[in-house]
Design a protein around this ligand. Sequence first.
Ligand SMILES: [Zn+2]
Ligand SMILES: [Zn+2]
Length: 299
Amino acid sequence: MLPYATIDDAAAALGRNLTFAETLWFNYSAQKSDYFLYCHNILFLFLVFSIAPLPLVVVELMRSLGFQKYKIQPKVRLTLSEMFRCYKDVMIVFFLAVGPLQLVSYPSIEMIGIRTGLPLPSGWEIMAQLLVYFTVEDYTNYWMHRFLHGKWGYEKIHRVHHEYTAPIGFAAPYAHWSEVLILGIPSFLGPAMCPGHMITFWLWIVLRQMEAIETHSGYDFPWTPTKYIPFYGGAEYHDYHHYVGGQSHSNFASVFTYCDFIYGTDKGFRYQKKLLSKLKEGPESNGVQNGGLYNVKSD
Ligand SMILES: [Zn+2]
Ligand SMILES: [Zn+2]
């Protein structure tokens, strides 16, 4: 809720006219409580997980129309009902664990100082904070994920996420409920270290989920804009982690590639890539050209 009754009051307090975006924000948020604004995240999470993977469902069902060559594990096919089952399981965890956690976690947001007022942050400020959030999340997630690949963590918790050896967009948050909650910590740490505006926080939650959906998409599209982000892992990178499965000690990082490089946990993936490029050079590269990093092994 903003401490101004009118736009004129807000302009007087800022000492200038409101920008277009600030006027929109004023009109939308002035009469809404900060708690209610924070709870928008529940709606955003629901919308992102319900809508963003849909184009990937269409692609999966229409692979014969030219998408087959982008499928990372081309031998794996999922039916519509299998994909819907994944979505349904994710939604159950969402309603029973993630939603309630959002409802009760507001005091922590208040404590770290996420603000809802004016002025709005500049584009540069938002980008700088998002960069910090992604970096902190990536590093913390790397170690927590690596821990979950220990014997206890894997058998009791992380095994569920690895039921999909060839992931799909809907499977990004498909995991044991406790893993979904545990891995919320890395997402929270960045904003806690570098608190910003509620809009930045919303954007962070949405972008992080979009990134997870892309990395679990099962497709390596050459046109994806994320290819231009330095050290970005992407779909092929995380797909390998699922492909190797429970024994995987490779590609733990959630967003970037530098942690796996520094700690030496990307060797299997790099070896596989090298092998693939060698095979592609040869005329007998049967099957490899048809979109499969993993045809090398699975044939
Ligand atoms: Zn894993
Ligand atoms: Zn995964």
